[in-house]
Ligand binder design. Structure first.
Ligand code: CP3
Length: 360
């Protein structure tokens, strides 16, 4: 087991554990990405997105780029949720301006019955990147590992890529639910192994991205997404060398299910920008911390508008324990690096002043 440098800034982990912090910690989904010129340069050097993700040295470089530029309170592994189905043999490619594509999507019963939990050795490049990032961070901020939810990765595995209506997977859901349950159960096992390997390699918190759970009906969300996330969470190693490993679950569009989500064993829930934080906090009580939830499009506004909207989100949560500031979804590639700087600065400045005026 590798030993790592002691953590200098544990604000993010403390907020997830619902302990007091001097200010509200902040990190941003997709903080390493195309809005940064230094990312575009490293990606060009790598050749493609997958070559970048599969090269631990370059993956480390792009993970740390936003940490060097901004005062962020956590780093997130640079990788993708689709590495797991790629290791299952589905053949992942990223097509310029079209997003991810699978050469061998799951279309019939034979494809589905053949699906197996992959050998984690195929994902060694991810675990190597985790360890290398953790070493290079040298204790500056904690490192977040992540995976897609079983349902969200199934969307790509069955559709073969991005979809606007999820016609293929929903046809399977309503005509052969047994096949979809089989896929989800394989995905849940694979995801638990994958996250535990990231934790063993040095991830200090992990997050499940359920980007498409919010496209499901109330009934189907429980049955096809939430219950499999519960299975994943139940299998995770939650402590390493006496340090707790917090788990964050984020269903985009899941604001109406917060009570149910808060009971699957996660430490925190991610919220998109459609949910009011005051109300969300009242609904989940002390069961979980909350992460979010400014509208990512605010980054297209002026500096004054960005700062004012940050203050609104911080005021909604107030000074209670248990808030991690984030966007409600990933940063757009069209956001400017300056706008992100205004946001991070205002989170720290205003959240400190809220606590000072409260104790004065
Ligand atoms: O947040 C971070 O900085 C960590 C890295 C990260 C990426 N993808 C890098 C990436 C994370 C956490 C993800 C998760 C991911 N990947 C999700 C869930 C979160 C979400 O955004 O809803 C999903 C659905 C995917 C699948 C995926 N990967 C899509 C649909 C695309 C294409 C869309 C796009 O923005 O081009 C990707 C590619 C991808 N993953 C990029 C990055 C930085 C852009 C690729 C590039 O450089 O060309």
């Amino acid at each position: 087991m590798t030993t790592f440098a002691p953590l200098q800034n544990d604000t993010f982990l403390r907020a997830l554990r619902r302990e007091p912090t001097e200010y509200t910690p902040v990190w941003l989904m997709r903080q390493a990405g195309r809005y940064l010129p230094e990312y575009r340069a490293t990606r060009a050097q790598a050749g493609s997105f997958m070559q970048l993700a599969q090269n631990p040295e370059l993956a480390t470089e792009v993970t740390i780029q936003p940490i060097d530029r901004y005062n962020l309170d956590a780093a997130i592994l640079f990788s993708d949720i689709l590495t797991v189905p790629d290791a299952m043999g589905l053949g992942l490619r990223f097509v310029e301006n079209e997003g991810p594509k699978f050469d061998r999507p799951l279309r019939d019963e034979v494809d589905v019955q053949r699906l197996e939990v992959p050998d984690m050795a195929k994902l060694e490049y991810v675990f190597d990147a985790v360890t290398k990032i953790r070493k290079t961070l040298n204790g500056r901020v904690p490192l977040i590992g992540f995976a897609g939810s079983p349902y969200t990765i199934a969307c790509y595995m069955v559709e073969g890529g991005s979809s606007s209506d999820f016609r293929t997977i929903k046809s399977m859901m309503y005509s052969r639910p047994d096949l979809l349950h089989h896929i989800l159960s394989v995905n849940a096992h694979a995801t638990a192994l994958y996250l535990n390997a990231q934790i063993a390699a040095g991830a200090q918190a992990v997050m499940l991205f359920d980007t498409w759970g919010g496209s499901l009906s109330h009934q189907c969300y429980q049955e096809f997404s939430l219950s499999y996330m519960r299975q994943v969470v139940a299998q995770l190693n939650r402590e390493v060398n006496g340090e707790k490993i917090p788990v964050i679950v984020f269903t985009k569009g899941g604001g109406q299910w917060l009570e149910a989500m808060s009971e699957i064993g996660a430490d925190a829930l991610g919220l998109d920008w459609t949910t009011n934080l005051t109300q969300a906090k009242a609904r989940v009580g002390e069961r979980v911390a909350l992460q979010g939830n400014i509208d990512p499009s605010v980054l297209f506004g002026s500096e004054a508008v960005i700062r004012q909207t940050v203050r609104q989100v911080l005021d909604e949560y107030g000074t209670d324990v248990g808030h991690v500031f984030n966007l409600g979804h990933g940063i757009s590639q069209f956001a400017t690096p300056e706008s992100v700087g205004f946001l991070v600065d205002e989170v720290h400045r205003y959240s400190r002043s809220m606590r000072e005026s409260k104790s004065a």
